[in-house]
Ligand binder design. Structure first.
Ligand code: E4P
Ligand code: PEP
Length: 361
């Protein structure tokens, strides 16, 4: 059960103290307080953990300072969308709003390779009014002899260039908790105003210790990708791991599933699940058309499959698009065959705007 307090009530209000002493008398439950910090107001919520089945919801709802009471199921206690749950979704980070009603594009390099390509990418983004990007510094590879990413060594110049071109948020995958400190250190060292959204990739969806670590910090939001070979429920529980440790700024990413049915794409595109995730949880949902499709194949109408499935995801209500671009895909060190070209960026963004407009109508 979650008791949502009126917007003017804080932990210092007498109504809050009165409510807490009332709830403290209830046997068999523990209380956890969470403050949802928004741009204009901070909402205070009290979580009642334990068996609340015998509680009179309406009695609690009539207490001073209480806005409403939401009864929650066992599953996805924090991130879930529970009965009659009208609480706002999402969060703001570095002046960018992420919610189930917004749309942000993170076009960028799958893997950082050299400063020239990173600068060309950042410039193209700035020229097209973009403030977010993706940049892979730590690459999880199938083959141990494949390029593993430049790691910490590239972070200072990536953050400097991002700051130079007004990039506010970089989605960056981490595969180990030490990467968190390296990112923190490079941001401090460069003084770059850019922020980082920590990406947990499909290979680490159920790396529970890593999930707990990113959950214990509140400095960076987290993009958690769906595991490619596990159920949706298992992946949503993985997201809940992050929130259960305290960090609720979590975005859920769909990136296609592995099947053994001879898929024509690198992964079976799962963007029809966007509304399902939005119905079950309060997380904004990201789509990754690049890792889903895995190529620059195009249909007889001339459109790239990457463009087609992006439009499908947007029509389904996606809130974020993570997509690979590269100035010279043939020279890309990872996933060049699926990268879009910089000159395709304005058209790609225009397609997204058209699809979003159709969705909103
Ligand atoms: C990057 O995006 C991943 O590291 C990449 O998709 C890994 O795939 P591979 O190592 O099988 O090439
Ligand atoms: C990526 O986005 O760079 C990546 C490795 O994706 P995924 O975890 O979906 O394979």
């Amino acid at each position: 059960m979650i008791v949502v307090l009126k917007s003017h009530i804080t932990k210092d209000s007498p109504e809050f103290r009165e409510l807490m002493s009332f709830l403290a008398q209830k046997p068999g439950i523990s209380l956890r307080v969470h403050e949802e910090v928004g741009a204009l107001v901070t909402l205070t919520e009290v979580y009642l953990i334990g068996d609340t089945s015998a509680f009179d919801l309406h009695e609690i709802e009539t207490l001073p300072g209480v806005e409403r009471v939401v009864s929650i199921e066992e599953e996805y206690r924090i991130l879930g969308r529970h009965h009659d749950d009208k609480r706002p979704t999402g969060f703001e980070y570095k002046g960018v709003r992420f919610g189930q009603d917004t749309l942000n594009v993170f076009a960028g390099l799958c893997a950082v390779d050299n400063p020239t390509h990173v600068e060309q990418m950042m410039k193209a983004l700035a020229d097209n009014g973009q403030v977010c990007t993706r940049m892979g510094a730590y690459k999880p590879r199938t083959n141990p002899y494949s390029f593993q990413g430049h790691g910490a060594s590239c972070l200072p110049w990536v953050f400097d260039l991002a700051g130079k071109y007004g990039i506010r948020v970089i989605a960056m995958e981490i595969t180990h908790d030490s990467h968190l400190d390296e990112i923190r250190h490079a941001l401090e060292q460069t003084g770059s105003p850019t922020g980082v959204m920590l990406q947990i990739g499909t290979r680490n969806t159920q790396n529970f210790e890593l999930l707990k670590i990113v959950g214990r910090q509140s400095e960076f939001p987290v993009l958690l990708k769906r595991g490619f070979g596990i159920t949706l429920e298992e992946s949503l529980n993985a997201a809940e791991y992050i929130a259960s440790e305290g960090n609720r700024n979590v975005i859920f990413g769909l990136r296609g599933m592995k099947t053994n049915m001879g898929d024509p794409h690198r992964n079976f595109v799962d963007f029809a699940h966007v509304p399902v995730v939005k119905r079950l949880t309060r997380m904004p949902v990201c789509i990754d058309p690049s890792h889903s499709v895995g190529s620059r194949d195009r249909g007889p109408d001339g459109l790239l499959d990457v463009q087609q499935v992006t439009a499908q995801g947007i029509i389904a209500g996606a809130n974020m698009v993570l997509v690979d671009f590269h100035p010279e895909p043939k020279k890309a060190l990872v996933d060049g065959p699926q990268a879009l070209l910089l000159r395709e960026l304005p058209y790609f963004l225009e397609d997204i705007a058209i699809a979003r407009d159709a969705y909103e109508r």
